[in-house]
Ligand binder design. Structure first.
Ligand code: GLV
Ligand code: MN
Ligand code: MN
Length: 400
């Protein structure tokens, strides 16, 4: 499976993955998923929001156990964020068939569309639509950097954008959702464990800061006469770092757009996107409010206008305690080991679904903790340990 996925959307120079929603490369990844379902004789479906499902047993029977993740990536992402959960799902099914497991509940494998939000700016679009956390009208307004709207992009990829919307019947069929994911930090590396269980996801969101000044000549405009938005933007980046440090949170300006974007022109617009996350809502609110306040002061000092728009927000997720305890019991039974339970600052489809379905996550050790980068890694032994842990969990849940 990894051999087939390896070349899809891999940039020849950076070796990072560029698998963005509803592009040709995304279509290649989706074709791969369909092939994997067919090769295993699974019933294949695409839901109204473009999420792909592969079923063993009747999906309509109810109380199904579902596992999976996503195949899209951030710009120059690693190989594992997303695909590890999908590959491990198919591999765990193969393992269970090898064990002659007898399923008493239907098993589903899912690939959620547009998890990273790399193209349209909003993460987890497929699961948000399904869970009713994003309306069709809101989704139809999403636009990529080239001005292509989400409905046009879906249409170009052969999907019906007018069909998208909440899918409560589909969610009602699911009794438990377990997403396996590469860890995006070093907790397991430090504890010396191959696999962990998720406790919670930090509340997180994305805010767009538009600093508007005046374009002018970089050579002839006196410093005192400038209304340069780059200055207030730069000061805001430093403020974000300072406020995050004070609050024990994280804050990142990782994307920026500049107009007119000329070396010898003072910018007229600097648009920067803030991603901020914290262990609790109050800390996150305080960080964002303080960054906004500081940005307003810097903008005023430079004669620049500021507008801030919240583009997305996901509240804290505390995963289902009963399911989490069940996973710990299943994984501890054979080994007698206690599996570490960890929180994370990364967002996941499992977090979106957790409002509608009992949901849990397994993390696989990442020796460097690096993620959202071509350097993301996991050893083959740890990936195999992840597959076996997922197989144990699915067997414990679906073969009782
Ligand atoms: C998704 O990976 C996110 O946490 O941004
Ligand atoms: Mn990610
Ligand atoms: Mn992911």
């Amino acid at each position: 499976m990894w051999r087939d996925l390896l070349p899809l959307g891999r940039h020849p120079a950076t070796h990072g993955y560029r698998r963005f929603a509803w592009t040709g490369v995304d279509g290649d990844c989706r074709a791969w998923f369909e092939e994997q379902a067919a090769a295993r004789g699974l019933r294949y479906e695409v839901d109204r929001n473009g999420n792909q499902w592969a079923w063993l047993g009747d999906p309509a029977a109810g109380d199904a156990v579902v596992t999976g993740s996503h195949l899209d990536s951030v710009p120059d992402g690693g190989a594992f964020d997303g695909p590890l959960g999908v590959v491990s799902a198919f591999a765990a099914l193969d393992e269970l068939r090898g064990r002659d497991a007898r399923f008493t509940r239907s098993l589903g494998i899912v690939n959620f569309g547009d998890e990273e939000g790399a193209r349209f700016g909003l993460a987890c679009v497929g699961s948000r639509l399904t869970a009713g956390q994003l309306t069709r009208e809101q989704a139809h307004r999403l636009t990529d950097g080239d001005g292509v709207t989400l409905p046009r992009a879906m249409e170009a990829a052969g999907y019906d954008p007018d069909a998208i919307g909440p899918d409560p019947e589909r969610l009602a069929r699911i009794g438990a959702f377990v997403e396996l994911h590469v860890e995006q930090g070093r907790a397991l590396d430090l504890s010396g464990d191959r696999v962990g269980i998720a406790s919670a996801i930090w509340p997180h969101g994305r805010w767009r800061f538009d600093f508007r000044g005046e374009a002018n000549h970089a050579g002839t405009t006196r410093l005192a006469d400038r209304r340069d938005p780059m200055l207030s933007y730069a000061e805001t980046v430093l403020a974000a770092r300072r406020e995050a440090e004070l609050a024990g949170a994280v804050a990142t300006f990782g994307k920026i757009a500049v107009e007119p974007n000329g070396v010898n022109a003072i910018p007229s617009l600097v648009r920067g996107w803030l991603d901020s996350r914290a262990a609790d809502q109050d800390s996150l609110d305080a960080v964002v409010a303080d960054v906004e306040k500081a940005a307003g002061e810097y903008a005023a000092a430079h004669g620049v206008d500021l507008a801030v728009v919240r583009e997305s927000f996901t509240p804290v997720v505390e995963f289902d305690h009963a399911l989490r305890d069940e996973l710990a019991r299943i994984l501890g039974t054979d080994t007698g080991l206690t599996v570490p339970v960890l929180g994370t600052g990364a967002g996941h489809d499992a977090g979106i679904l957790s409002g509608s379905v009992p949901t849990a996550m397994l993390f696989v050790r990442n020796p460097t903790g690096v993620s959202h980068s071509p350097a993301e890694s996991a050893t083959e032994d740890d990936c195999v340990a992840g597959v076996l842990a997922l197989a144990d969990v699915l067997e414990g849940l679906a073969c009782r």
